[in-house]
Design a protein around this ligand. Structure first.
Ligand code: NAD
Ligand code: UGA
Length: 465
């Protein structure tokens, strides 16, 4: 079996950066080069101050600190890294299309195609190309077609190796993966390529957790895994609305059903709605694929997961407005959290963006505090929606570094991200600061209802009456 000594990863994002850092840590005999066309991002990965890495992820800075410059390299020299590597991971973004056929649903594969063309142009010897990005089922055939028409006599073996890490726990997920999935051709050379990639993971993942499938099952399984996870969140969120009407308590319901080992307890936390770069994108993609094969009922079934998620975000914003006497115009509302979940600086599709947008439409004045998200990012997220002018966004929404001081004369606090630090705040002092009645809208079920109502707050927790 061929031995891999040089890996290149195209795309130094939330997946490429952490994944390659862990491979470099676990395989000191392999030189790993992560390349990106984004010069700023590569400069941040190479910053001597590890606090300035482009991605916040617990445990990541330590691994980068230990491997960078030894067998882990970040570079903008894409062609050079492709040329030198025996194995190339493609880990670029695959966002939802914003134009043309499939707009708003299909995955935009232009970055993937550019990578394939780049590899085809540069490669002078045989390579294993690994799809790490999440891709629609049958994408490998498009990549293969581009690579095989290069005319420079190079043999490419294409593998699908989707990533299952979750942000905020990426390093832990990579080190102790439930499973690693490797899809490839059933031909002798396809099987050999799967075994070569498997041997890399076997350095730290037990072999019985490394699953080999055909390439199409692997591509489709990634979309389906995300759809099933998101479906659980939408399912429990739908029941949270019913709990609020019936005096049932969503935490008690989650616990009661989760104890059934067939259901299981994970991913049953009711929230203001799921966010993140992938759940929505991947389900929309699944819906698009199903529809394009004429499977209307299948498409409608999965689309409902997204519809329920949108409803949950709107429902939370509506609860804030109706509780504040049906008007939030000119009222100061503090947002605790902007990231789509705790322990990440990623804000893509965060529920906070949509709740803020709905409240700004009602002319609320919002002040946001998030421990890891920059002011620049918050405004970029709002501006991207194009609901109002950038000037109006900056006039109506402020960003603060001081979560307690910000509550001076506020009408309400809305909790949008479950950052642990929010639990440790001096809530009596915050209560003193605020206008009365002082409201808390807990979109993450983070705080203790008894303690807060004792202080005097009017406290709403999603999924409880
Ligand atoms: P990202 O946007 O953080 O990173 C992608 C990077 O690719 C960017 O830095 C971009 O500049 C670079 N890039 C784009 N085209 C390029 C090209 N032609 N050459 C070189 N660099 C190029 O995206 P991400 O969150 O890392 O996601 C990457 C893929 O992994 C997506 O398909 C996503 O669905 C999937 N995924 C993401 C997660 C997650 O938690 N974020 C988890 C599992 C799978
Ligand atoms: C998710 C999957 O968990 C990963 O396996 C997958 O690799 C990744 O998508 C991807 O393909 O990008 P991620 O989006 O990073 O990971 O984070 P999750 O922990 O899944 O959370 C997603 C959203 O659901 C967050 O907004 C979170 O707050 C919300 N959520 C999650 C709930 O509201 N309730 C829950 O019980 C769980």
């Amino acid at each position: 079996m061929r031995k891999i000594t040089k890996i290149c990863c195209i795309g130094a994002g939330y997946v490429g950066g952490p994944t390659m850092s862990v491979i470099a840590k676990q395989c000191p005999d392999i030189q790993v080069t992560v390349v990106d066309i984004n010069e700023v991002r590569i400069a941040q990965w190479n910053d001597s101050n590890l606090d300035n890495l482009p991605i916040y992820e617990p445990g990541l800075a330590e691994i980068v600190g230990a491997t960078r410059g030894k067998n882990l390299f970040f570079s903008t020299e894409v062609d050079k890294a492709i040329d030198e590597a025996q194995m190339i991971f493609i880990s670029v973004n695959t966002p939802t299309k914003t134009y043309g056929k499939g707009k708003g649903q299909a995955a935009d594969l232009k970055f993937i195609e550019l990578c394939a063309r780049n590899i085809a142009r540069v490669a002078k010897d045989n390579k294993i190309v690994v799809e790490k990005s999440t891709l629609p089922v049958r994408t490998a055939s498009a990549i293969k077609s581009i690579l095989e028409n290069t005319g420079n006599g190079v043999d490419f073996e294409i593998l699908s190796n989707p990533e299952f890490l979750a942000e905020g726990t990426a390093i832990e997920d990579l080190l102790n993966a439930d499973r690693v999935l490797i899809g490839g051709d059933e031909t002798p050379s396809g099987k050999e390529a799967k075994n070569i990639l498997s041997a890399i993971y076997e350095k730290w993942i037990p072999k019985d957790r490394i699953l080999q499938t055909n390439v199409w099952s692997s591509e489709l399984s990634k979309l389906v895994a995300n759809a099933f996870l998101a479906q659980r969140v939408s399912s429990i969120n739908s029941i949270s609305a019913l709990c609020e009407k019936t005096d049932a308590n969503i935490a008690e319901v989650s616990r009661a059903i989760g104890y059934d080992s067939r259901i299981g307890s994970k991913f049953l936390n009711s929230s203001v709605g799921f966010g993140g770069s992938c759940f929505q994108k991947d389900i929309l993609n699944l819906v698009y694929i199903a529809r394009s094969y004429g499977l209307q009922e299948v498409a409608d079934y999965w689309e409902q997961v997204i519809i329920m998620n949108d409803y949950q975000k709107k429902r939370f914003a509506n609860t804030i407005v109706s509780s504040l006497y049906n008007t939030v115009s000119g009222k100061k509302i503090i947002f605790y959290g902007w990231a789509f979940k705790k322990d990440t600086n990623d804000t893509r599709e965060s529920a906070a963006i949509y709740v803020a947008d709905a409240l700004l439409d009602e002319r609320a004045e919002i002040t946001v505090y998030d421990p890891k998200v920059t002011e620049e990012q918050i405004y970029a997220d709002l501006d991207y929606l194009n609901t109002r002018s950038p000037e109006d966004n900056r006039r109506l929404l402020k960003v603060t570094n001081d979560p307690t001081l910000a509550t001076q004369d506020a009408h309400a606090i809305a909790i949008l991200t479950e950052w642990d630090e929010f639990k440790t705040y001096d809530w009596s002092l915050i209560y003193e600061n605020m206008l009365k009645p002082a409201f808390i809208f807990d979109g993450r079920r983070l705080l203790n209802k008894g303690e807060l109502t004792q202080i005097g707050f009017k406290y709403y927790k999603i999924g409880e009456s």
